[in-house]
Design a protein around this ligand. Structure first.
Ligand SMILES: *Cc1c(COP(=O)(O)O)cnc(C)c1O
Length: 405
């Protein structure tokens, strides 16, 4: 299994946490780390070179996601974009006397924690259920909007980062558009996996992040519909037409543009390649006893699978996989390190003890069949070993208290 791109023989199946930089991105970044270091606001030609690169990146990305260049604002990533859209939109709707916001129960923490802060400031937040499938229902949004005529903003993610399920964004957003309610979507996990076409999505705001699509960490964007004047979150200089201060990350942005173009161009070939890998993973893993797939199988991005193994701690599973050179995740990178089960899995209705034994596999276009085979060779032995040591597994097997759901 020698792979020249992979000198350490690491099998990386955690692409929802972050991705490697692609060769095209590295190429695009390089000049701005070396000789082209000018500040895009400077008037001499070294600065103008950076300004040109910045505007070219904006135009290229606008073309790839079907919006106008002036509707794209570069940020430091998905978290900042979510913070900006929600906090600033909340300020605007409050001025119209609207204090109600609707979201889903399994958003990224960069949405949920912002909303928790707004609740403390007097906003009211409704979180729509996502059911066992991990999908928001349009009828639930319709009902919540009717029950709360003072709703000013709805924020629902396009693709969930733990279970990969796809939300019906254009329908949800269209419903909001007809009622004069703003709609934001966190589309960080959608780009490169499913089409991100702003013309068809009906959204007012949309967040993207570079490092989930083979660009650098620390760069992203917020799309803001041109009809909305969104107050700045980061104040200071006049960068990004005064809407987002701070000297622009030209290297990061140049790489981001290359990554977005690649993600859009390569999407179909990548999905065609990954589909049989996912089927193979699913069929083999479901043969193990007492294992459950989390979230709908069909309505999810092709790169993602998320399982729960009864009688096992997700952390122990990850550590053993790591010893075998395999990188996976249990829940999201943000919750690892804490012992709380994932809020996403709890939102699906999983009991705590099952939510604890979860494993997320997320592939990229660099994933190979040999890697999938190796993973499937190693996993059953680890599962067996951990279950043999687990008092919980013994209880499950003797049917004393826990029931399979
Ligand atoms: C990774 C991620 C974010 C955060 O993006 P950063 O660029 O790391 O700040 C937000 N939302 C989702 C769905 C993500 O997967």
């Amino acid at each position: 299994m020698s792979n020249s791109n992979n000198p350490n023989e690491i099998i990386y199946l955690d692409n929802a946490a972050t991705t490697r930089i692609s060769p095209a991105v590295l190429n695009a970044i390089q000049p701005y780390l070396n000789e082209l270091y000018g500040n895009a606001s400077s008037l001499y030609s070294l600065g103008r070179e950076s300004a040109k690169t910045l505007e070219k990146a904006r135009t290229d990305i606008a073309e790839a996601i079907h919006c106008e260049p002036r509707e794209i604002f570069f940020t430091s990533g998905g978290s900042e974009s979510n913070n900006w859209a929600i906090k600033s939109a909340a300020m605007l709707i409050a001025k119209q006397g609207k204090k109600h916001i609707i979201t889903s129960a399994f958003e990224h923490h960069a949405v949920l924690h912002v909303l928790a802060g707004l609740e403390k400031q007097g906003f009211e937040v409704t979180a729509l259920p996502v059911y066992k499938e991990g999908i928001v229902r349009v009828s639930d949004l319709e009902k919540a909007l009717s029950e709360h005529p003072d709703t000013g903003l709805v924020t629902i993610m396009y693709v969930n980062n733990e279970i990969g399920t796809i939300q019906p964004i254009s329908e949800l957003a269209e419903l909001c558009r007809t009622r004069g309610v703003w709609f934001h979507t966190d589309a960080v996990q959608a780009l490169g996996n499913i089409p991100v076409n702003i013309e068809k999505l009906n959204v007012g705001f949309l967040s993207l992040s570079g490092h989930k699509v083979h660009a650098m960490k620390g760069v992203g964007l917020l799309y803001v519909n041109k009809k909305i004047l969104l107050p700045a979150l980061i104040e200071g200089g006049a960068q990004e037409r005064g809407f987002r201060a701070g000297t622009e990350n030209i290297a990061g942005i140049a790489g981001f543009a290359a990554a977005v173009k690649e993600a859009v161009i390569n999407m179909e070939t990548k999905n065609a390649k990954l589909l049989p890998f996912r089927e193979k993973l699913y069929n083999s893993i479901m043969k193990l006893e007492r294992v459950h797939l989390n979230g709908d199988y069909e309505q999810r991005t092709i790169n993602n699978l998320n399982f729960s193994f009864e009688g096992i701690e997700g952390e122990a599973l990850l550590l053993h996989l790591d010893l075998a050179g395999i990188c996976c995740s249990s829940g999201s990178a943000c919750t690892s390190g804490s012992l709380d089960p994932s809020h996403v899995l709890l939102a699906l209705g999983l009991p705590h003890e099952i939510a604890h034994g979860s494993l997320r596999i997320s592939m990229s276009e660099y994933t190979t069949e040999a890697e999938i085979d190796r993973f499937l060779e190693v996993l059953p032995g680890i599962v067996k070993k951990l279950r043999d040591m687990s008092p919980l597994w013994e209880i499950i097997n003797t049917n004393l208290s826990l029931k399979a759901f």
